[in-house]
Design a protein around this ligand. Structure first.
Ligand code: ADP
Length: 259
């Protein structure tokens, strides 16, 4: 059996994907704990339980994500930028720009037609423009972050923020809740603010079509659609796999190529 695995230890979630006979053969996601080594061990255990594979069945494995150097059982480690690019290009060969938004950073990655990385840019200095911004706002709204996209669909008059700073934006949300603005308008305003912040990063790299989004925030349709409007083109949706798994998928694909 040829099984290759990728493990992505992110700041908020830890992901694993296996490639079995050249196809996606299973995956697992858990919340990251404070110690990357423990998160990696736990996701491996979940992967084994859910797919029924044996640890020894894995021919080669690669780690990625901020905690990749701490994983004890992998054969090699590769940066998230390369892994997200690799995964996205495999799922959507026409992808030239990949916008990866995770819990604590945002990356814009440009590929050429062969999938080779030509440029990238990151924001890991400020919470606005990262999943953390959405998590904080969802908490203030007393909803789950996964509901932000759906609730915002009904909005007719999205709120606007006085500042993009996460602390001040949080105060704005509290103010709008207290002045009884509809939840859909507040959620739409949060998604738009996030998209505006992302567009500052994308504008500095000159995005090229096709554009796709990866990372957990790609599951928020409100942010994806708002960013598409600002960029003036549709952001392609990834259907073959959960976009949050893209880094782990890329790592598994690199593992497959290593043999
Ligand atoms: P990391 O790799 O840095 O751990 P992820 O790629 O897992 O981060 O993304 C985490 C972010 O994704 C969270 O901060 C949250 O905003 C967003 N997210 C996670 N799940 C969902 C969901 N079901 N719907 C919308 N957004 C989500």
């Amino acid at each position: 059996m040829s099984i290759f695995a990728g493990f992505d230890v992110g700041s908020l979630t830890t992901k694993a994907v296996i490639i079995k006979n050249k196809k996606i053969g299973g995956s697992a996601i858990i919340k990251s704990g404070p110690k990357p080594v423990e998160s990696a061990n736990k996701v491996l255990e979940k992967l084994i339980n859910e797919t029924g594979i044996n640890k020894n069945d894995i021919k080669y494995s690669i780690g990625t994500g901020y905690g990749r150097e701490k994983i004890t059982f992998i054969n090699d480690a590769i940066s998230e930028i390369s892994c997200h690019g690799k995964g996205a290009q495999w799922v959507l060969p026409s992808a030239r720009t990949i916008i990866d938004i995770g819990g604590q950073d945002c990356k814009v990655i440009k590929l050429d037609k062969n999938g080779t990385l030509i440029k990238f840019i990151t924001n890991d200095k400020c919470a606005s423009g990262t999943g953390r911004f959405l998590d904080v706002m969802a908490k203030v709204m007393n909803i789950d972050v996964s509901e932000l996209g759906k609730i915002s669909e009904k909005s007719t008059k999205p709120i606007t923020f006085s500042s993009m700073c996460t602390v001040w934006a949080q105060a704005d949300v509290i103010k709008f809740i207290n002045s009884r603005r509809p939840a859909e308008d507040i959620c739409a305003g949060i998604n738009s603010a996030m998209a505006n912040r992302l567009s500052m990063l994308t504008n500095s790299i000159k995005v090229e079509k096709d554009i796709c989004m990866t990372g957990g925030v790609a599951k928020n349709k409100g942010v994806v659609n708002a960013l598409g409007k600002i960029l003036g083109c549709r952001i392609k949706r990834i259907k073959k796999i959960d976009p949050q798994l893209m880094g782990a998928l890329g790592a598994a694909l690199f593992a497959q190529e290593s043999i």
